[in-house]
Design a binder for this molecule. Structure first.
Ligand code: MN3
Ligand code: FE
Length: 303
């Protein structure tokens, strides 16, 4: 189960290799340094504040629900990511580990972003009531359980379960769909420009995060195609709750347009994202010798 090395047998930085500058994860690190430096404190939320003050009760409640879900979602991924960093470091994957230092910093910044927005617009009441049973199942239980399992079981199976939960469903399906709907709902109206500015930066960070998840899942599955079944079982196990929590959120609209948007399209968009993730990982199972090819594909994702 757990074969983590207890001592170092040498250090890459002292060898002729230094660092693998062409490693896809090292390249992702360079991108993170270049694009991940935005600061939530620089964003102006004054228009957002006015819009929230002027909104009707139903409109305010839709925004409150979205913020309750995404604020807590960012907090969950901040608190629960460490086991992956731990696993990569213990396997001696230096380039992956270097990239992941930016990953955790970015999730922390996303958590800060939602807290700042709430404070600046005056939406500081307790929003926990918007966490439905479906939401709790994914974010209170399934995500931390899959991640923390890595502390006692670093097997490829456990890694596939953790990364599928975190990168494919929570980030790749739920966060991507949510941020898409934020842009769809609030960009055209111009009501929440501070929120939109933050979400655009956040979305760019998430693209890199999903790049790491896709690359690593493909690496694992290419080395053992049987892991593809672990991947699909994990995806299927999460799907009903993931769709359930989206439907819980949009129930308030009662199928009517709000902010000029039909919010029921969120469910379709999420299913589309789910299928995209599955298709992208399925490629790895036929190419279990083609590690180099996978590196090239991962680079294409990152670009
Ligand atoms: Mn995030
Ligand atoms: Fe992320």
């Amino acid at each position: 189960m757990n074969s983590l090395p207890k001592v170092h047998t040498g250090f890459q930085s002292s060898t002729e290799k230094l660092l693998d500058w062409n490693h896809p994860m090292y390249k992702l690190y360079e991108k993170a340094k270049k694009f991940g430096g935005w600061n939530p404190i620089d964003i102006d939320f004054s228009v957002d504040r006015q819009s929230v003050l002027n909104s009707g009760p139903k409109e305010r409640e839709l925004v409150a629900q979205l913020v309750a879900l995404f604020g807590a979602g960012e907090e969950a991924v901040t608190l629960d990511f460490l086991p992956v960093l731990y696993t990569m470091a213990n396997e001696g994957r230096l380039e992956d580990t270097i990239y992941l230092t930016t990953f955790l910093y970015e999730e922390a910044k996303h958590t800060e972003f939602f807290a700042r927005w709430r404070q600046e617009v005056g939406m500081t009441e307790d929003l926990s009531k918007y966490h439905t049973d479906n939401y709790k199942k994914v974010f209170y239980e399934m995500l931390p359980q899959a991640m923390n399992a890595l502390y006692t079981d670093n097997s490829p199976e456990a890694q596939v379960r953790a990364l599928t939960t975190y990168h494919m469903v929570v980030e790749g399906m739920l966060a991507e769909s949510g941020y898409h709907s934020f842009r769809l709902g609030f960009q055209a109206t111009g009501l929440l420009p501070g929120m939109i500015e933050g979400i655009k930066n956040l979305g760019r960070d998430e693209g890199r995060h999903i790049g790491f998840g896709t690359y690593t899942l493909r690496r694992l599955i290419s080395q053992d195609p049987k892991l593809y079944d672990v991947f699909t079982e994990t995806m299927d196990g999460l799907l009903p709750y993931a769709i359930g929590l989206i439907n819980d959120t949009i129930a308030i609209t009662e199928g009517e347009e709000m902010y000029g948007v039909d919010w029921t399209i969120m469910t379709d968009y999420a299913i589309k994202q789910y299928n995209t993730r599955e298709a992208s990982i399925s490629k790895a199972k036929d190419h279990f010798d083609a590690y180099l090819e996978i590196e090239e594909e991962a680079e294409a994702i990152i670009e």
